[in-house]
Ligand binder design. Structure first.
Ligand code: GDP
Length: 198
């Protein structure tokens, strides 16, 4: 798949407004500031595709990017903005859970977490949903350039171990990633290609 072909398709505030449930799609999720926009921009080689600076508290939308006729990338908003009301977070979580559980064309979840702060509550929620729904997940430990190779790999091992201990490792893979240094793109593309194969 040529990820450079990715083009904005549509925004959907709720699941009812998503594009038709056909073909194959992969969703990207992460806490705000995890580096999700940067990763999508690096993958698609398009610095304007996913906005890198977002306004906290603005309406949360699911963004769909097409990779041709039958395949899509999906940018799920990270919640965790301090300024967003609790009720809005709860409402959003219900939509998110519904999307992850009901969307039949969804083939995998890319979960991004800052390598310096992995496995926060949001991440564990997302992984629990994915594992329970039988949805494979691929974890990007982002901003890998912030650590030297040794500590970065040790973090990866520690995350893998923690997932095993919590029985959240089924179908889950982990890699170090850096959008800034464009490191780990090959591995990410391999995983996406497998999921998006029709
Ligand atoms: P999002 O909220 O998850 O979409 O996160 P962004 O992509 O907007 O990134 C949040 C912040 O982290 C920004 O200041 C980025 O410049 C920075 N950032 C993102 N990816 C990297 C990376 O690979 N390395 C470093 N050093 N900083 C990064």
């Amino acid at each position: 798949i040529n990820f450079r072909r990715a083009a904005f398709l549509t925004s959907a505030p709720t699941l009812e407004e998503c594009p038709e449930d056909f073909g194959a799609e992969v969703a990207f999720a992460g806490r705000s500031n995890a580096g999700k926009s940067s990763a999508i921009n690096a993958l698609t080689d398009n610095s304007k595709l996913a906005r890198t600076s977002k306004t906290p508290g603005r309406t949360q939308l699911i963004n769909f990017f097409s990779l041709g006729e039958h395949q899509r990338l999906v940018d799920l908003p990270g919640y965790g903005y301090a300024k967003v009301a609790r009720s809005m977070k709860d409402e959003w979580q219900r939509h998110l859970a519904f999307y992850l559980e009901q969307r039949r064309c969804l083939k995998g979840l890319v979960l991004l977490m800052d390598i310096r702060q992995p496995l926060k509550e949001f991440d564990l929620h997302m992984l629990t949903w994915a594992v329970n729904a039988g949805l494979p997940a691929h974890i990007l430990l982002t901003k890998g350039d912030k650590l030297k190779n040794g500590p970065a790999n040790n973090t990866r091992f520690a995350v893998e171990k923690a997932l095993k201990e919590q029985e959240l490792d089924r179908g889950v893979t982990v890699q170090v990633f850096s959008a800034t240094k464009r490191k780990g793109l090959d591995k990410l593309e391999q995983r996406l290609n497998t999921w998006l194969a029709l």
